[in-house]
Design a protein around this ligand. Structure first.
Ligand SMILES: [Cu+2]
Length: 98
């Protein structure tokens, strides 16, 4: 009886940690070189290829990209590099670089 009890408790703990494992974080990048309407699409695609990236929204008007990612899977630096590598140098916006 005690064994079953322990098994049930471990199951609950496992389920709880699976839910908490998505350590979502949102950062904003300043993006250079965006000159037309298709540039944001290229930036978005490059960033979304990075494992752990959940959401990318690129704004051509303000030359920024807002990215939500799983901090246990990737880093802001890696996401910025992905955009830089396809020709759009990305730097973390000042308010996020703390
Ligand atoms: Cu373009």
């Amino acid at each position: 009886m005690k064994l079953i009890y322990t098994a049930i408790i471990s199951l609950i703990i496992a389920a709880g940690s699976a839910m908490a494992s998505e350590d979502a974080q949102t950062v904003t990048f300043n993006i250079e070189n965006m000159s037309c309407a298709t540039c944001p699409i290229a930036v978005r695609k490059a960033m979304q290829r990075v494992d752990g990236v959940q959401e990318v929204s690129v704004d051509l008007e303000s030359n920024t990209a807002t990215v939500t990612y799983d901090a246990t899977a990737t880093t802001a630096a890696e996401i910025g590099t992905a955009a830089t590598d396809v020709g759009f140098p990305a730097t973390l916006s000042k308010s996020d670089s703390a």
